[in-house]
Design a protein around this ligand. Structure first.
Ligand SMILES: CC(C)(COP(=O)(O)OP(=O)(O)OC[C@H]1O[C@@H](n2cnc3c(N)ncnc32)[C@H](O)[C@@H]1OP(=O)(O)O)[C@@H](O)C(=O)NCCC(=O)NCCS
Length: 474
């Protein structure tokens, strides 16, 4: 590991400044290749051969029929993308490189004995498909720490936004402020051979993942804590450092953040944030551009922003019905939500058909750390009422809770009460999955994405003509 130089930079905060790790020497020197990149580079040739064989042997096989309903219904159920880092089963939920959430908890290295996995271990797993040793996960922590420097312009850019800029807009703008440092964009301009694209995409992805906790904490502190920034802690792991820089030192909060950042990371490729990152990256837009685009999708209330919406909905429910509402009153509240033409946030899913295992994982955490917390009890009670009401509509395909139904409770318990910020924490985690896949997309040379669109007229003509040509039924 090359030596780190510790410097101080102004952040546009008058007399305040942050100590940062300045990493001027290690990038791209031949002996500076980090352990994870080395492991990845050894895997890439065999995976390239695997894809070649897949195309050669099965390229002409059909993956099924596409109906008009699917084309106009948000492409639901159309298999149309490769995504290596995770896979979603409608009944069982997510598996990260084949491992369920309980598997991750059992197998990935943790910061405390028997504790939650550290996301650095998950990143190793997502990139290599292999469970890292404790030392390998620690090497990722170290690598990210070395890359975590944020230039002083980032806070200046954020400070130029209106006071009421949503934290997700700040995240997107902050990431774009970092884009000028893209190694991939520079390498492309230099004319790098396409077989080398993945290398600078990896560098950008690691840089971005490293900087996100500081960026996210900066957004939190300038929005809610009067702009007083907290220096990174140079011995904490990536997720705990995020909580620490936000202003939370509680060991339970650090464990919660490790778990939170692990389980929100990836949910196969078709969801809006993952698909957007993938689509934009397929045009060879660099990881900053493609991840920022994905974050703008995550900021939608039917996707990641639902975690914010859940809290607003719960607060409104509590304001109207009190902190310990009767089940019948809750039932009526849910029915009123539906009758007013709104969705019940935190429930339903486009693919899942059972309770989201990410919900279950957070519930288990709450049972362990906050069993008597009133908001946890309320969320548990909702589980007994909401699915039944949603099920009665007859149209909602999955009446069960998703990840967003529970995450806010944990954050509230540890004092992170500003719900408009919650999607930023989701977004930091999502970087692990979408950027890891982005590295593989370039390593495998996946092409620019370009599905076919149709007009209503084309569909009408095509099927009206077929109906007219069909023999009349007797
Ligand atoms: C996630 C979600 C967008 C999936 O949408 P989908 O794949 O179209 O879901 P379905 O096929 O079950 O939708 C069928 C109908 O039920 C409705 N529906 C689904 N979930 C609903 C919910 N939680 N509350 C109210 N209505 C819901 C849909 O809006 C749709 O109504 P429409 O036919 O009038 O347009 C949807 O369940 C939702 O809006 N949930 C609430 C927001 C949320 O928690 N998002 C986070 C997801 S991780």
């Amino acid at each position: 590991m090359l030596a780190q130089a510790v410097g101080r930079i102004g952040l546009g905060l008058g007399t305040q400044s942050l100590p940062v790790v300045v990493n001027a020497l290690r990038r791209f020197s031949s002996d500076g290749v980090d352990e994870l990149k080395k492991a990845l580079s050894e895997l890439i040739p065999e995976q390239q051969e695997r894809l070649k064989a897949l195309k050669k042997n099965y390229g002409g096989k059909s993956l099924g029929e596409v109906t008009v309903d699917m084309a106009i219904g948000g492409m639901r159920g159309i298999p149309g993308m490769l995504w290596e880092t995770s896979l979603l089963d409608p009944e069982e939920g997510i598996r990260f490189r084949g491992l369920s959430i309980p598997d991750l908890q059992a197998q990935l290295p943790s910061a405390v004995p028997g504790g939650q996995p550290i996301p650095e271990g998950l990143l190793w797993l997502l990139l290599t498909g292999k469970v890292p040793t404790k030392e390998q996960a620690a090497s990722v922590t170290e690598e990210l720490r070395e890359r975590s420097h944020l230039g002083p312009h980032v806070l200046k850019v954020l400070n130029s936004l209106p006071d009421d800029a949503h934290p997700m807009s700040q995240l997107s703008v902050g990431v774009m402020a970092l884009q000028s440092g893209s190694h991939f964009a520079a390498a492309y301009t230099r004319g790098t051979h396409k077989s080398k694209y993945w290398e600078t995409v990896y560098e950008d992805s690691m840089d971005l993942i490293a900087k996100l906790p500081q960026l996210a904490a900066m957004i939190y502190r300038r929005t809610y804590k009067g702009g007083v920034q907290i220096h990174p802690h140079h011995t904490l792991d990536w997720a705990a450092n995020l909580a620490y820089m936000m202003g939370y030192e509680d060991a339970g909060c650090h464990e919660m953040m490790r778990m939170y950042q692990t389980i929100h990371s990836d949910h196969e490729g078709g969801n809006v944030s993952a698909h957007t990152t993938h689509l934009v990256g397929s045009a060879l837009s660099d990881p900053y551009l493609s991840y920022a685009a994905g974050m703008n999708g995550l900021a939608g209330p039917l996707h990641g922003l639902a975690n914010q919406e859940v809290l607003r909905w719960l607060k409104d429910l509590t304001a109207k019905l009190g902190p310990h509402p009767e089940k019948d009153a809750v039932r009526k509240y849910v029915e009123d939500t539906l009758a007013s033409g709104k969705v019940v946030p935190g429930y339903g899913h486009a693919v899942l058909r059972k309770t989201d295992p990410r919900y279950t994982c957070q519930r288990e955490f709450a049972q362990k750390y906050m069993p008597d917390y009133p908001l946890f009890k309320l969320v548990s009670n909702l589980y007994e009422v909401v699915p039944e009401v949603l099920g009665k509509t007859g149209k909602i395909k999955n009446p069960w809770p998703n990840v967003d139904a529970h995450s806010g409770v944990l954050l509230q318990y540890y004092g992170i009460t500003e719900e408009n910020y919650y999607t930023v924490l989701f977004g930091v985690s999502r970087a692990l999955g979408v950027l890891a896949q982005g590295v593989w997309s370039r390593a495998l040379g996946l092409p620019i994405e370009r599905p076919k669109s149709m007009t209503m007229g084309t569909l009408e003509k095509r099927f009206a003509a077929a109906a007219a040509a069909a023999p009349a039924a007797k």
